[in-house]
Write a protein that binds this ligand. Sequence first.
Ligand code: ZN
Length: 249
Amino acid sequence: MIKKLIVIVIVIMVFEMFFILLPPTGAVEHDRTFFEKTGDVIWEVPTDKKVIALTFDDGPHSKYTPQVLDLLAKYNAKATFFVIGEHAEEFPEIIQRQIREGHEIANHTYSHYKRQNDTIDEIRLELKKTDDIILKLTGTRTAFFRPIGGNYNDMIINTAVKEGYRVIMWSWHQDTEDWKGVSARRISKKVLNNYRPGDIILFHDAGGNRSQTVKALKKIIPKLIDDGYELVTVSELLQMTGIDDVDPQ
Ligand SMILES: [Zn+2]
């Protein structure tokens, strides 16, 4: 009997050790293939239509965002701006100009925080604060969220999805790395050597000196348009390629 008890205790101890050694969630994190199938996360869109979505993170910025907007207006191109709530609060007139000129505003957290191991509540608060500012400035809520640095895990995605967002990443062959301060030549080469229908291209209109991004766009936008591409918002990209239903309005 005692022997039996000892065996049971040992089995329980080994079992508990196993759980202690597992990551805190106790679950395996899912990858792109998994999330792409759910439709909750978009990296790019498979299509033959010549449409591309230019996206800009971290703005608005008082100097570079208006320069980007001037360029987009010149070529009648539309884009999506993944704004930081704090920046939107600081430059409401830029957000209003973006909406007036047919661009799309999306959520890129409130503070662009640097902490690790954020909690569900922290993510929800970051989303909500930015969403409230966007609603106040534009009259509509955004359906899109892009995580900081594009870093995602199950918790971040599941929280955003539960809050009603779709997570928008970018085409992996279209990361311009402009945030690293690379040259305009390198940014435009990256885009123009790799573009294809359905791409979502990543740029930054804030978070540092973005003069090279603006300079690169002067080459990229006319080249894409000359090649017959339409530069659209992420919403338009999803609607034009049948991923989303067309808004009846
Ligand atoms: Zn960012």
